[in-house]
Design a protein. Structure first.
Length: 266
């Protein structure tokens, strides 16, 4: 096995020149993103450094309670972030987003751990936490896109939906087109990622395994497994969040309540 080349503070500082280059381009072209770029870079360094320390402790603890607490925390934060990314809001969406994110990601992750990899212990942190993290990262994009498209669609197509309801359509029938478009929009990034994998890009997990000395063939098989998990999680999560949002914008008498949808500037 090829020895891993360690990266220290000096190497990371050299790599940070690339971020500074991006900030310089922003200043030169007056794009106005140099502050956001540098702030994001600093946050990434701090967050990933802390994550590394936390994971070292979790790996050493070998406790199912610790692993379960970490996985739950990751899913709840992802649910919160999914709502924060949208410009259209509806009261009661946050707990539903967290529930959808937690339930969908747990279902997909445990299926992968127990049915595909067949680990002896589900709380094996070497597998459970990285797999969940990759699933959540992609679910976050799909869920936020689906939620935004759903609420925006209900607000934009209010007249058509109310006309269908007035002619005897059920809530499900009247909202079918909005739900379908939101589901499609939320699923497109995951589908595009699979299409591009291996041709346009080498996905992150495969890259990491190859850099760590894993055989390219084995790394490719793990990456295929992760892609399938991601797509499953995105589809389940997007469906859950779109259904949840549709329930919140209709009342108990199946009347569309567009006034419940609030729009904010990002």
């Amino acid at each position: 096995m090829i020895a891993i080349i360690a990266l220290g503070p000096l190497e990371l500082a050299i790599a940070a020149v690339l971020v500074l280059l991006g900030a310089a381009v922003s200043l030169a072209l007056r794009l106005g993103v140099e502050r956001r770029l540098t702030t994001a870079a600093v946050r990434a360094v701090v967050q990933l450094t802390l994550l590394g320390l936390v994971l070292e402790w979790i790996f050493a603890a070998e406790s199912p309670l610790v692993v379960a607490a970490m996985m739950t925390f990751m899913a709840l934060v992802a649910g919160l972030e999914a709502v924060r990314r949208t410009t259209h809001r509806v009261r009661g969406m946050l707990p539903r987003s967290m529930a959808v994110m937690l339930g969908s990601s747990a279902l997909v992750t445990f299926y992968g751990l127990l049915a595909v990899i067949r680990v002896e212990r589900w709380w094996e942190p070497q597998y459970a936490i990285p797999i969940l993290g990759m699933v959540l990262g992609n679910m976050l994009n799909g869920i936020s896109l689906g939620l935004e498209a759903s609420l925006e669609g209900f607000a934009r197509e209010r007249d058509r939906i109310e006309l269908l309801l007035a002619h005897g359509a059920t809530r499900r029938e009247a909202s079918h087109d909005v739900v379908r478009r939101a589901m499609r929009l939320g699923s497109i990034p995951a589908i595009n990622m699979m299409v591009a994998a291996g041709l346009v890009s080498i996905p992150g997990m495969m890259t990491g395994q190859i850099l760590s000395g894993e055989a390219p063939g084995a790394a490719a098989r793990y990456q295929i497994f992760i892609l399938f998990c991601i797509v499953g999680g995105v589809v389940l999560g997007t469906f859950g969040i779109v259904v949840a949002s549709s329930r919140l914008v209709f009342d108990e008498r199946d009347r569309l309540r567009v006034e419940r949808i609030q729009v904010r500037d990002k």
